[in-house]
Write a protein that binds this ligand. Structure first.
Ligand code: ACO
Ligand code: OAA
Length: 399
């Protein structure tokens, strides 16, 4: 290459770097960046609350079942009675695990984390999915409903095998939340249990969808290459697992268990804050004035604590919330009081983030369908921060 061309390339490179440093709209962590369009969900930052396809989540949590919410997100409307019956029938019919997934679950070391098992199982389900390469709206919807039915079974079978507990089967006469509670705890029946199933149902509605959160964005970016739906969900599960996102609900429960008693809560939190550690279940990238979902699940966690006559976790939570507001001005997010509710239900804490998956699968799949119905490849740019140029050094002369 001539010296003139090299000088030209260097000048252009230097110009590009100077330009990119002043790039308008660059925002670390994509904070505040509008990265796409959706008709699925509106996140109102100013306490107006959250809406799924226009419906206030507070109304859905109070009045609809999770199955109705799943139908709303996946099929586009709140179902009529007839549509709901059909949807529930499809879920019941799809609640089966193919033999290769059963075989895989039988080989897993008991210490494996349920989120890792779930991620790999969904990937395996994708490998044996007959519709895998059909990205049409109808095929994607069929695959979404199948996954919604299969995911609770994967979690339950893997948990049973790891703990040597009897295998539980989904019952067609129970709701999605009742079945899930039964599959995860082995318990069924009674007044207290019915309340637990109701609170679990509410938490599933609250977890179902939240716009361009990290896992949904991962699902959409993956789907935008026109790969298969299971690949997008596999990306999403891996992304949800992290403690800054869905993994926080398990981490909150760990914190409660470590604190143990309300009289230890304040000292414990102040010590963590003194050590500049993050308190799980607080803060949010978008909802800086509070997460409207938190107040809803808090109300249910309070009622469940009173009914179960076990206020320990709720009282610890109240103290932590007070200190966090005072010291950091931070509000609890959805994961905080959800952990109180799940502890009271007796659900093993490693299953909390998998429960999030049981619900968010609806939002992820609805986003994958929306993305692939109107696809444009998601491929943003990066601000280059490396050296402007290096001269190539032969391997024998490198130091
Ligand atoms: C369903 C969900 O996924 S909800 C989110 C669940 N995740 C959690 O609960 C994990 C704990 N929370 C967090 O780590 C953060 O609040 C996040 C990741 C959720 C949001 O983070 P961001 O919007 O990037 O905020 P950022 O990380 O810039 O924090 C801003 C400031 O608040 C502090 N902060 C934020 N969250 C917390 C927290 N939970 N505990 C203590 N301090 C916190 C940060 O240390 C930072 O302080 P500094 O400016 O003195 O350094
Ligand atoms: O929106 C986010 O970044 C995280 C969140 O609350 C969710 O996924 O429900």
């Amino acid at each position: 290459m001539s010296n003139g061309i090299v000088a030209f390339i260097r000048r252009k490179t230097a110009m590009r770097i100077a330009e990119s440093e002043n790039t308008p709209g660059y925002s670390p962590g994509l904070d505040g960046v509008i990265a796409g369009e959706t008709a699925l969900c509106h996140v109102d930052e100013d306490e107006g609350g959250l809406r799924y396809r226009g419906y206030a989540v507070s109304d859905l949590a109070d009045q609809a079942t999770f199955e109705e919410v799943a139908h709303l997100l996946l099929c586009g409307t709140l179902p009529t009675r007839k549509e709901l019956k059909e949807f529930e029938g499809r879920l019941a019919a799809e609640a089966l695990l193919p033999a290769p997934v059963e075989a895989f679950l039988g080989m897993i070391p008991p210490a494996a984390h349920p989120m890792d098992i779930l991620r790999t199982s969904v990937s395996l389900l994708g490998m044996i999915e007959t519709d895998a390469e059909d990205h049409s709206h109808d095929a994607n919807l069929r695959k979404s409903i199948r996954l919604l039915a299969q995911i609770p079974l994967v979690i339950s079978v893997a948990h049973g095998l790891a703990n040597g507990t009897p295998r539980m089967e989904a019952q067609p006469n129970l709701t999605f939340a009742e079945n899930l509670l039964c599959l995860l705890t082995g318990r069924r029946g009674g007044e207290e249990w019915r309340l637990m199933a109701h609170v679990l149902d509410v938490s599933l509605t609250l977890y179902a969808e939240h716009e361009f959160n990290a896992s949904t964005f991962a699902a959409r970016a993956t789907a935008s290459t026109m790969t298969d739906l299971h690949s997008a969900v596999t990306s999403a599960i891996g992304t949800l697992k992290g403690p800054l996102h869905g993994g926080a609900n398990e981490a909150v429960a760990e914190m409660f268990l470590e604190i143990e008693r309300p009289d230890r809560a304040e000292g414990w939190i102040r010590e963590q804050l003194g050590g500049k550690r993050r308190i799980m279940g607080f803060g949010h990238r978008v909802l800086k004035n509070g997460d409207s979902r938190s107040a809803i699940i808090q109300r249910h966690a309070d009622r469940l604590s009173r009914t179960c006559r076990d206020r320990r976790w709720y009282d610890i939570a109240l103290i932590i919330e007070r200190v966090m507001r005072q010291e950091k001005g931070l509000c609890p997010n959805l994961d905080f009081y959800t952990a109180v509710a799940y502890l009271l239900m007796g659900i093993p804490r490693r299953l909390y983030t998998p429960i999030f998956v049981c619900s968010r699968i609806t939002g992820w799949c609805a986003h994958v369908i929306e993305q692939q119905d109107h696809n444009r490849l998601i491929r943003p740019r990066a601000l280059y921060k490396g050296p402007a140029r290096e001269s190539y050094v032969d391997i024998d002369h490198r130091r």
